[in-house]
Ligand binder design. Structure first.
Ligand SMILES: Nc1nc2c(CCNCC3CCCCC3)c3[nH]c(NCCc4ccccc4)nc3cc2c(=O)[nH]1
Ligand SMILES: [Zn+2]
Length: 371
C-alpha cells in the first residue's frame, strides 16, 4: 500500500498493493471536478474539439474517463476567448468528463512553420494563415483556463532527441524557469489540477534536477516529457527504469505521447499512471486495427472476402455488426463510416487493455501479456 494524498482537493486512493514482480505498478483513482479517472488510464486525443470520427457519447462507451483537448489548434481557431464565451470546451464539445490540455509548445515545434524560442516564450506563425502568435507560460496557462481544462499542463520545452548533455541541460533549465512562471499563473480551484513536466533527455542527473525543481512547485501531478521523440523503446525504458521514482509516489505520473500497447505495459510496470497517444485514432483512420492477434491492416486484399469480425468477442459496433470484408471495402473507398468503425474499435481495444491492466494490478497478478 502507498499513502493517500490530495488531488487536488479530493483524495487520490491508490487502491492496489504494488505488484511484486514489478513493485512499481500501481492502480488508483484520481478524483476531479469533472469525475473520476481510473488509473492506469489511456487518454484518447481530441484534436480540434473532437475525437476524430467519434461522437463524445461513443468515446464514453469505450470506457474513456478523460480525453485530451488541443491548446495549439483551439487557440488559433476558434480562439480560446471565444470558447470561453461559449461556455468552455466541455460545453462546446459536449464532453462533461475530465479534459486534459497540453501546454501547446510541443505542437508549435511540430506543426508551425516559422518559430522563435526566447526566454519569454515561443513566437510562431499560425500554420493556418501565417499570423503571428506567442505562447508563453502565462499565455498557455491562461488559454487552458479559458478552455476550462480539468488538468492543465505547465509550459515546457520538449528537449529534442538526440541532444548533447549541454543542450539538454540548458533546455531543462529553461523548462524549470517556465514551470515556475506556469505555476504562478495557474488559478487553482478545487477539483482542478496543474501538472509539471520534467525534462532532461536521457541524462539521469538532469532528470533528477528537473524533478527537484518541479517538486518544489508542488504540482498536483507530474508528466515525464522529452520521451517518445525518436529514442526508441529500449532507451525510453532505460529512462523509465529510474525517472518515475524521482517523482512523488502519491501523485499521478503521466508519460506524454505514449504509445503502443507494449510501450504502455512496460511503462505501467515502471510506475506510470497516465498515457495519451494519437495511435489508436490516427492509425484507425489509416486502416490499422489493433487486435489480440496483432495489428490488422484492413486494406490488405486478403480481407476482401473475409466474412468474420476483427475480434469475435469485442463488443464494439465494428465487431458486433460488421465483417472485415465490409471494413476493408469502406476503408478502401474512403467512406466516413470506415474511419468511424475502425476508430471505435481501436479506442475500445486500448480501454480494454487498460481495464485488464488495472484488474491484474488490483489482484496482484502478473500482467506481462502483450496484446
Ligand atoms: N508538452 C509536452 N508534450 C509532449 C508530447 C505531446 C503529448 N500529446 C499531446 C497531444 C495534444 C492534442 C493533440 C495531439 C497531441 C509528446 N508526444 C510525444 N511523442 C508522440 C510520439 C508519436 C506517437 C504516435 C504518432 C506520432 C507521434 N512525446 C512528447 C513529449 C512532450 C513533452 O515533452 N512536452
Ligand atoms: Zn471491436
Amino acid at each position: 500500500e502507498v499513502s493517500i494524498t490530495k488531488f487536488p482537493a479530493d483524495e487520490r486512493k491508490i487502491i492496489a498493493k504494488a505488484h511484486d514482480k514489478y513493485k512499481k505498478a500501481r492502480a488508483g483513482i484520481i478524483n476531479t471536478r469533472h469525475g473520476q479517472i481510473h488509473t492506469p488510464a489511456f487518454m484518447p486525443v481530441g484534436t480540434k474539439g473532437t475525437v476524430k470520427a467519434m461522437l463524445p457519447e461513443s468515446v464514453q462507451t469505450t470506457g474513456a474517463d478523460i480525453i485530451l483537448g488541443n491548446t495549439y489548434h483551439l487557440m488559433l481557431q476558434p480562439g480560446a476567448k471565444r470558447v470561453f464565451k461559449l461556455g468552455g470546451l466541455h460545453k462546446f464539445m459536449n464532453w462533461s468528463k475530465p479534459l486534459l490540455t497540453d501546454s501547446g509548445g510541443f505542437q508549435v515545434m511540430s506543426l508551425s512553420k516559422l518559430r522563435k524560442i526566447t526566454e519569454e516564450g515561443v513566437i510562431f506563425n499560425s500554420h493556418i494563415d501565417g499570423s503571428k502568435f506567442m505562447l508563453s507560460p502565462e499565455s498557455s496557462t491562461e488559454i487552458q483556463y479559458l478552455l476550462g481544462s480539468t488538468i492543465t499542463m505547465a509550459f515546457d520545452e520538449c528537449t529534442p532527441y538526440p541532444s548533447t548533455y549541454e543542450q539538454a541541460k540548458s533546455s531543462m533549465e529553461l523548462t524549470s524557469r517556465w514551470a515556475k512562471r506556469s505555476r504562478k499563473a495557474f488559478y487553482s480551484r478545487d477539483g482542478y489540477g496543474q501538472f509539471g513536466i520534467i525534462q532532461g533527455s536521457i541524462y539521469n542527473d538532469l532528470r533528477l534536477k528537473s524533478a527537484l525543481d518541479l517538486i518544489e512547485l508542488d504540482f498536483e501531478g507530474y508528466a515525464i516529457g522529452g520521451l517518445a521523440v525518436g529514442e526508441g523503446q529500449e532507451l525510453m525504458f532505460k529512462v523509465l527504469d529510474y525517472a518515475p521514482d524521482l517523482l512523488p509516489i502519491n501523485k499521478p505520473r503521466y508519460l506524454m505521447g505514449v504509445g503502443k500497447p507494449a510501450d504502455i505495459i512496460g511503462a505501467v510496470q515502471r510506475g506510470i499512471d497516465m498515457f495519451d497517444c494519437v495511435i489508436p485514432t490516427r492509425s484507425g483512420r489509416n486502416g490499422q486495427a489493433f487486435t489480440k492477434y496483432g495489428v490488422v491492416n484492413i486494406r490488405n486484399s486478403k480481407y476482401k472476402e473475409d466474412n468474420t469480425p476483427l475480434e469475435e468477442d469485442c463488443l464494439c459496433p465494428a465487431c458486433k455488426n460488421y465483417t472485415k470484408a465490409y471494413l476493408h471495402y469502406l476503408v478502401k473507398v474512403k467512406e466516413i463510416l470506415g474511419a468511424m468503425l475502425m476508430t471505435w474499435h481501436n479506442l475500445m481495444y486500448f480501454q480494454k487493455l487498460m481495464l485488464r491492466i488495472r484488474e491484474y494490478i488490483a489482484q496482484g497478478k502478473d500482467f506481462d501479456f502483450i496484446s
